[in-house]
Design a binder for this molecule. Structure first.
Ligand code: VGL
Ligand code: ZN
Length: 205
């Protein structure tokens, strides 16, 4: 069984959002179309409290995109984004949501960031996504959404290490930093992530 995993398709990561990914809106029609080819569709949602330590605003003398060490881990500081219950945290209203059967929230612990849809960055807490997919009998996951070089990247890495056959739908994602993503892509491909396109998925096998 295969599942489509839609990562963080939230207003703050789209044009006019506080952490907008360039051209992020262009993938929404692609993802809406893709949904016809999956029975199980799940989403993740970045969901931060105001005191979240990934926000530059919660550190003195720091600005967005600075790097710090947070509880022993490298951390990029971000503009405030995806505040719980805010419009910015909502999934885009342009995204078809009728077939999304579960939404996994992440990033609630103010002390640790959570890029992957499976675990916090320190791997101490799980979101429950793995258990859900396992119970649904999913063995193949197709990952799309935002941002390619952060949450999609880390979700793909964890999916692979959890034993899923992992597909990265390249035309259904956009990166914050394209050069960063090109380096990551090479590494992910070497580790076994399969890069594919929505066109390939739509073609009958
Ligand atoms: C993300 C930075 C901070 C993402 C989330 O969804 O890729 N990036 N929080
Ligand atoms: Zn975040």
């Amino acid at each position: 069984m295969k599942a489509l995993l839609i990562v963080d398709l939230q207003n703050d990561f789209l044009p006019n959002g506080s952490l907008a990914v360039a051209d992020g809106d262009l993938i929404i029609p692609v993802i809406n179309e893709l949904q016809h080819y999956f029975d199980i569709i799940v989403a993740t949602q970045d969901w931060h409290p105001p005191q979240h330590k990934s926000f530059a605003s919660n550190h003195e003398h720091k600005k967005a995109f600075d790097e710090i060490v947070l509880n022993g881990q490298q951390q990029t500081l971000w503009p405030d984004h995806c505040l719980q219950n805010s419009h910015g945290a909502a999934l885009s209203s342009a995204l078809h949501q009728e077939k999304i059967c579960a939404v996994f929230r992440k990033g609630m612990n103010p002390e640790v960031d959570s890029y992957s849809g499976f675990y916090d960055n320190d791997k101490r807490n799980t979101t429950g996504l793995n258990g859900y997919l396992k119970e649904m009998g999913i063995t193949r996951v197709f990952i799309c959404g935002l941002a390619a070089d952060f949450c999609v990247h880390f979700t793909a890495k964890d999916a692979l290490s959890l034993g899923y056959t992992t597909y990265f739908v390249e035309d259904a994602t956009k990166a914050i930093n394209k050069d960063h993503f090109m380096v990551q892509k090479k590494m992910l491909a070497e580790e076994g992530v399969i890069f594919t396109t929505s066109e390939a998925i739509k073609k009958p096998a």
